[in-house]
Structures are given as structure tokens and as C-alpha cells.
Design a protein around this ligand. Structure first.
Ligand code: ATP
Length: 140
């Protein structure tokens, strides 16, 4: 059975996650406050909506608590990222994954309830270095 995912923030990171889940047969709701990002996401998600994830009423209106997993893929607006994770957890979502742009951001995300914090730039940098150190190992 398909899991229900919501991806908040449809930048390069968010849309990559959403598209891969959708391609694998999962139900994916894309959420962004930018109308253009929402329109561009249509081929890669089950549904997408324009909403501000720092607005608790907007999150309730999209039924965020019914999703098994919510990915908060907002990076540069740290305040919006933190507030979104806090609200999504308070509204009862069990599994919340959040993107952090630095260590302090990640620590705060953990404190407000993120279940898993990812650091895309740092982790990709480490992967590239591993790849350079062992060019015969294909890990993609
Ligand atoms: P990426 O590195 O993934 O491409 P980015 O640098 O383009 O991200 P970010 O600031 O990380 O931009 O934001 C990612 C997306 O999150 C953007 O499309 C932005 O419109 C969206 N976003 C930011 N704040 C909110 C919010 N409060 N509610 C909904 N979407 C938001």
C-alpha cells in the first residue's frame, strides 16, 4: 500500500524527494507558498497546493495530520523552517524529516521535534570526497 507523504518547500531538494517518491508509486502532496513552484511541480507529485507552512490554519486545512511522513525542505528561511517543523509536529505528524543548512539550525530542528534532520550540502560533499578517494566504487 502507498504511504502518504507531504513535501513542504518545492525547491531543488524538496522536488527531488517528491519526484522520486511519486515515481516509486507513493502518494505525494507538494506544498509551497510560491505559486510558480507549485505549478512546476505538477508532473512530479500526486497533488500540490499553495500554502504557507508557518500558518497553522493552512496546515490544518490541507489535513497535514493525515500524512505518515512530512518533509520540511525549506532551507534559507530558517525561521520558516523551524516554525513549520514545530507546527507539523504539534498537529500530530509522527515522522517529520527536515533539511538544515548548518549545525545550529539542525540542533534547533531536533529540539522542536524533527525526527530526522538532513544536511544535503554537507552530506553530498562527503559523498563526493568518498567517491574521489575510491574512484572504483560506484555508490550512486
Ligand atoms: P533548494 O536549495 O532546495 O533549491 P532554495 O534555496 O530554492 O531551496 P529555500 O529557501 O530552501 O529555497 O526554499 C525552498 C522552497 O520552500 C521554496 O520554493 C520556497 O518558496 C518554499 N518556502 C519557503 N518558505 C515557505 C513557507 N513558509 N511555506 C511554504 N513554502 C515555503
Amino acid at each position: 500500500m502507498a504511504n502518504q507523504y507531504a513535501v513542504i518547500g518545492l525547491g531543488r531538494f524538496g522536488i527531488s524527494i517528491a519526484a522520486k517518491l511519486f515515481e516509486s508509486g507513493q502518494e505525494v502532496l507538494g506544498v509551497d507558498m510560491n505559486e510558480e513552484r507549485v505549478e512546476e511541480s505538477h508532473p512530479y507529485v500526486t497533488h500540490s497546493v499553495i500554502a504557507d507552512s508557518t500558518d497553522a490554519e493552512a496546515l490544518k486545512a490541507i489535513g497535514i495530520r493525515n500524512f505518515d511522513t512530512v518533509v520540511v525542505a525549506i532551507g534559507s528561511d530558517i525561521q520558516a523552517s523551524i516554525l513549520s517543523v514545530l507546527l507539523v509536529k504539534e498537529l500530530g505528524v509522527k515522522n517529520v524529516i527536515a533539511k538544515a543548512i548548518n549545525k545550529l539550525h539542525g540542533q534547533v530542528l531536533r529540539k522542536v521535534g524533527a525526527d530526522w534532520v538532513v544536511y544535503p550540502e554537507r552530506d553530498m560533499g562527503i559523498r563526493v570526497a568518498h567517491h574521489l578517494l575510491s574512484p572504483n566504487v560506484l555508490n550512486f
